[in-house]
Design a protein around this ligand. Structure first.
Ligand code: ARG
Length: 464
């Protein structure tokens, strides 16, 4: 029987009487996706081995051999010569087996005081810490690109919408800065999540800790963790940090998706507010005239898979008793895909922001339709002493008149306007212009061009 044992069976010793079927082997293996963790697995192993040697749990010679073997394995992996074996189940056993081939008994001693349970939790945390750092840098790039765009258009007037109806005039710069705020909160969430990612599980071993005199703080320092996980059961089973990350990533994609929706609408020929550089668009195989905003559409679509990964991880955890369960192996593919999707999307969007051509004339024409300055007229009457509700009523009647006569408020004569309120005098026309309307919203967070420029200055110093 022993002769029939798979290599996988050998990895767990002689406990098993029969080999697993090929299907079970494939079903339980993770190497084809978790090999992506190899560099982190090796970094974790090297820190663990250094601590074991320092604590005299293994000899200095063994430590040197482990380092030599791991250097060789690293170059084999980087050079694409490393032979990943399904039989060896996962990244951890593949590397350990190769290490033992290369350095013999020293390789077999590496796993002293450790389990794959605390090992994999460490690997994922290292992976996620690096991913969060990448994403934080990309969020910054995107925010800077949007600030640049906002600066070019701090005074470009467009209609602001509520309920997709023209509401009040705003500037395009102000509109872009709304997204800069959203992506700023995303960066804060990533930074906050990083604190809980950056704690060391190693030392928890399988679940209960280890009988060896380990020094967990030493390993934590070597690997740049801010703290250790303080309960061994929690250390091997906790995936909160991955869920938090996916929730933060889902919000990043939600913001990207909202922006995408606007870009698609704005690029529609019926709206025509913007054009997006050709390199982010594709044509149609049948309609020669088409130029489709594929990148924003795809980003909007990809938001769905990231939301799905969040739900997958929440569901993965909800029924798990303490401590480690193999269910946790299912955390990796959703996490990897979330990172890849967010990284690619942010990279493309930062580039695409520089490829947006704004069409101020179309925006202005749209802002002139829909009585966008009606609130300004009401505010004007309030400043002349009318209670706001009465002012609202008077302007509503004036708008109704305009609708019936097919004109804009600013096109009415003073006499016609005075029919709706005797408080109106010829200074009214200044407040009915688009420029007057945006300039008047002159306070922190308002759309006045000088406020937009002040916000840009604040953001630039924040992002510096
Ligand atoms: N491949 C496993 C995972 O991703 C590693 C830990 C396996 N531990 C175990 N006791 N089977 O979670």
């Amino acid at each position: 029987m022993t002769a029939q044992l798979s290599k996988k069976g050998e990895a767990w010793s002689a406990r098993f009487a029969e080999p697993v079927s090929d299907l079970v082997k494939r079903y339980t293996a993770s190497v084809f996706f978790d090999k992506r963790l190899a560099a982190f697995d090796i970094a974790g192993s090297l820190a663990h081995a250094e601590m074991l040697a320092h604590q005299h749990i293994i000899s200095q010679e063994d430590h040197a051999e482990i380092r030599r073997g791991m250097a060789q394995i690293t170059s084999e992996i980087e050079g694409g010569q490393f032979e990943w074996q399904l039989d060896l189940e996962d990244v951890h056993l593949n590397i350990e087996k190769r290490l033992t081939e290369l350095v013999g008994d020293a390789g077999k001693r590496l796993h002293t005081g450790r389990s794959r349970n605390d090992q994999v939790a460490t690997d994922i945390r290292l992976f996620m810490r690096a991913a969060i750092d990448d994403i934080s840098g990309l969020l910054r790039d995107l925010r800077l690109a949007l600030v640049d765009l906002a600066e070019q258009h701090a005074g470009t007037i467009m209609p602001g919408f509520t309920h997709m109806q023209v509401a009040q005039p705003i500037t395009f710069g102000h509109h872009m800065l709304a997204y800069v705020e959203m992506f700023g909160r995303d960066a804060e969430r990533m930074a906050d999540c990083r604190k809980r990612v950056n704690r060391l599980p190693l030392g928890a071993a399988a679940l209960a800790g280890t009988t060896f005199p380990i020094d967990r703080l030493r390993v934590a320092t070597t690997l740049g963790f801010e703290d250790v996980c303080h309960n061994s059961l929690d250390a091997v089973s906790d995936r909160d940090f991955a869920i938090e990350f996916c929730a933060a990533a889902a919000l990043v994609m939600t913001h990207v998706s909202r922006m995408s929706e606007e870009l698609v609408i704005w690029m529609s020929p019926r709206v025509g507010f913007i054009d997006i550089a050709d390199r982010f668009c594709t044509g149609s195989s049948i309609m020669p005239q088409k130029k489709n905003p594929d990148v924003p559409e795809l980003a909007r679509g990809k938001t769905g898979r990231v939301n799905g990964h969040l739900i997958a991880l929440l569901t993965l955890m909800k029924g798990q008793p303490l401590a480690y369960n193999k269910d946790n192996q299912e955390d990796k593919e959703p996490l990897f895909d979330t990172v890849d999707t967010v990284v690619d999307t942010l990279r493309i969007f930062a580039d695409m922001a520089g490829g947006i051509t704004v069409k101020p004339e179309a925006m202005r024409a749209a802002a002139l339709q829909g009585y966008a300055t009606a609130t300004d007229l009401a505010d004007y009457l309030v400043k002349k002493g009318l209670p706001f509700r009465d002012a609202h009523e008077a302007v509503a009647r004036a708008v109704r008149h305009c609708v019936d006569h097919g004109c804009d408020l600013s096109e009415m004569s003073l006499g016609d306007l005075q029919a709706f309120s005797a408080l109106i005098t010829d200074d009214v026309f200044a407040v009915l212009t688009l420029e007057g309307s945006v300039a008047a919203r002159d306070h922190i967070g308002g759309t006045a061009p000088n406020q937009v420029r002040a916000a840009i200055a604040r953001l630039r110093s924040q992002l510096a």
